[in-house]
Design a protein around this ligand. Structure first.
Ligand code: MG
Length: 284
C-alpha cells in the first residue's frame, strides 16, 4: 500500500471558540496546530483565514500572515488555501488569496465543483465563478483541491477537463455526510471513486460524525484522507470528547500504520499528486 496523504483542515469557516476550545483561529494558533500535525504525519494544510473577531475573512493581509507563519514553522508542508464563497461572493474576494506572491504563494487552493446547501447556508459556485477561479489558479501555477459533495460534481469535473478548464494534475476531495448533499455510506464513497477519471488522487472526507468512518474507508481502500476540526469537532459520535487537530491526525496515523500504510511526507505527497517540486523563494 502506498503512503497516505493526510490533508489537514484545521479551521474552516464555521467553528467558533464557543464550539471548540481547540479550533485554531489566529495565525499563530493555526501555524502551531499545523506544525504539531505535520510532526504527526500531515502533509497538506488546507487553510482558512479568520479576522480579529474570529469571523471568516478573505483579506489577503490575514492570509499573508497565516501562510508566512505556517511556512516558517513547517517549511515543507503543502499550503492549500480556501476560495470558499460561503460568506463572500465576489471573484475579487474569493480569488484574492491566489495572488499572494513569492514564498507566500500557495501550492494548492480549494475549488468546489458546484452549488449546494449546507445545513443553514447555501454555497453558491456558479459556472462562471468556477471557470474564473480555475483560470486564475492555472495562471498562477496553483493546483486546485477539487471539492466534490455529490456525484454530479464529478460529471461536471469531467466536462471541465474535456474543455481544458481543468488541467492535470488532479486532486479530489470527496466530502460526504453534509446535510443537503450526498450521505456518507460506503456505497456512496465507492460510487464516487468509481466515477473519477483515471489518474486522479482522491481523499475521503466526512462531515461531523462521518469524518472518522469516511477517513477509515479512504485508508483501507487505497485512497487518502482529509481530516481536521473544519469538518468534525468531536472524537466520538456521542460528542463527549472534544477533538483537537493533533488528536485527530494521531488517531488516523495509528490506524493507517495498523493497515500497513505510513503517512506520506510532504515531498512524497507532491510526487503522488504530481505537484511541482517546491523551491523556497529566498526572502528579501
Ligand atoms: Mg475549506
Amino acid at each position: 500500500m502506498h503512503p497516505l496523504i493526510l490533508n489537514l483542515a484545521p479551521t474552516g469557516m464555521v467553528p467558533t471558540r464557543t464550539d471548540s476550545p481547540h479550533v485554531p483561529l489566529t495565525p499563530d494558533d493555526i501555524a502551531r496546530d499545523v506544525a504539531e500535525c505535520v510532526a504527526r504525519g500531515a502533509s497538506i494544510a488546507h487553510l482558512h483565514a479568520r479576522d480579529e473577531e474570529g469571523r471568516p475573512t478573505w483579506r489577503p493581509d490575514v492570509y499573508r500572515e497565516i501562510v508566512g507563519k505556517v511556512r516558517r514553522a513547517s517549511p515543507d508542508v503543502i499550503v492549500c488555501v480556501s476560495t470558499s464563497g460561503r460568506t463572500f461572493g465576489a471573484f475579487e474576494q474569493r480569488g484574492a488569496v491566489l495572488d499572494l506572491a513569492d514564498d507566500l504563494k500557495p501550492e494548492m487552493a480549494s475549488l468546489t465543483l458546484g452549488s449546494m446547501n449546507f445545513p443553514r447556508q447555501a454555497s453558491v459556485n456558479e459556472p462562471a465563478m468556477i471557470a474564473k477561479l480555475a483560470a486564475r489558479m492555472a495562471e498562477r501555477g496553483i493546483v486546485p483541491e477539487l471539492e466534490v459533495f455529490d456525484l454530479g460534481m464529478i460529471d461536471y469535473a469531467k466536462y471541465l477537463i474535456e474543455r481544458g478548464v481543468l488541467k492535470p494534475p488532479f486532486y479530489v476531495n470527496l466530502l460526504l455526510g453534509s446535510l443537503g448533499t450526498l450521505s456518507a455510506t460506503a456505497l456512496n464513497l465507492a460510487l464516487l471513486v468509481q466515477a473519477l477519471p483515471s489518474g486522479v488522487t482522491w481523499a475521503a472526507a466526512g462531515i461531523g460524525r462521518f469524518q472518522f468512518p469516511m477517513n477509515m474507508l479512504g485508508i483501507v481502500t487505497g485512497g487518502h484522507v482529509r481530516v481536521g476540526l473544519e469538518d468534525c469537532l468531536y472524537l466520538d459520535e456521542e460528542r463527549t470528547h472534544p477533538a483537537s487537530n493533533p488528536a485527530l491526525v494521531e488517531r488516523l496515523v495509528t490506524l493507517a500504520r495498523a493497515a500497513g500504510r505510513r503517512p506520506a511526507t510532504p515531498d512524497e505527497a507532491r510526487r503522488i499528486i504530481g505537484l511541482p517540486v517546491r523551491v523556497p523563494v529566498a526572502a528579501g
